[in-house]
Design a protein around this ligand. Structure first.
Ligand code: PXP
Length: 244
């Protein structure tokens, strides 16, 4: 079954816009957990424009004692990021090749050119006990190369899936994600997915077998504003419960 990990970056963005501690990111993470969500994701950027390093520590302290709940920290593997992971020791670390000034992640790692860069980083992270996932485009060659690395999982970058949802290209794009997922599982890689998933496009996506976790932030927070947190969390959890 697919688990939902709620990305709370946008709550931190709202908080930072006022300079006070409202909304309190830890309290809202706890509200999602109380509603049945099993994962919280954060993506601290170098400039701390939403999630801060202190948020990562505070969420680590909230989640560490909670059995069955996972903290996933995503980010570019800079020295600063690696030190934060070594300190917080999240359940999962997702490596993303985003530049400091990038608005949001927009591509996966390229193992053709970055395998050597990633190898010592994966080695170092594995020593902390965190599960390591690498953000990847749904590309069969990339999946094959990722399977040769020390990564435990890949996170399929789903922007194209979401963009083409219900378009004439949808079937072809869906098949590409399906094939990448099947190959990953065959090669022993576990699977996550994320980016631009929402209440409309998620149910179809999780018919793809083997998706263990989807991390969802932007759309989910907008949907919470429109319909309320309890309703939105329950809708996502029902879709995940019916997954392949
Ligand atoms: N996965 C990664 C690697 C991301 O960078 C993000 C955005 O922070 C997401 C998933 C979640 O995307 P969205 O906010 O569109 O749900």
């Amino acid at each position: 079954m697919t688990e939902l990990s709620v990305n709370v970056n946008k709550l931190a963005l709202l908080r930072n816009s006022r300079g006070h501690d409202a909304p309190n990111v830890v309290e809202f993470a706890k509200k999602f957990i109380d509603l049945g969500v099993k994962g919280i994701t954060i993506h601290p950027r170098q400039d701390e424009r939403h999630i801060t390093r202190q948020d990562a520590r505070d969420l680590g302290n909230l989640i560490r004692p909670l059995a069955g709940i996972e903290l996933n920290i995503e980010g570019y593997p800079s020295e600063e990021f690696l030190l934060l992971i070594e300190e917080v020791k999240p359940d999962q670390t997702t490596l993303v090749p985003d530049l400091p000034d990038q608005l949001t992640s927009d591509h996966g790692f390229d193992f053709h050119t970055q395998a050597e860069f990633l190898a010592p980083i994966l080695d170092r992270l594995k020593k902390t006990g965190t599960r390591v996932s690498v953000f990847l485009d749904p590309d069969l060659e990339q999946v094959e190369l990722a399977a040769k690395s020390q990564a435990d999982r890949i996170e399929l970058y789903t922007e194209e899936y979401a963009r083409e949802f219900n378009s004439p290209k949808h079937a072809e794009v869906h098949q590409r994600y399906h094939d990448a997922a099947v190959l990953a599982t065959k090669l022993g890689l576990e699977l996550n997915a994320g980016h631009d998933l929402n209440l409309d496009n998620l149910a179809k996506f999780v018919t793809i077998p083997g998706i263990l976790e989807v991390s969802i932030g932007h759309a989910l927070i907008i949907e919470c504003l429109e319909y309320g947190m309890p309703y939105v969390a329950r809708q996502y959890l029902a879709i995940c419960a019916a997954s392949a």
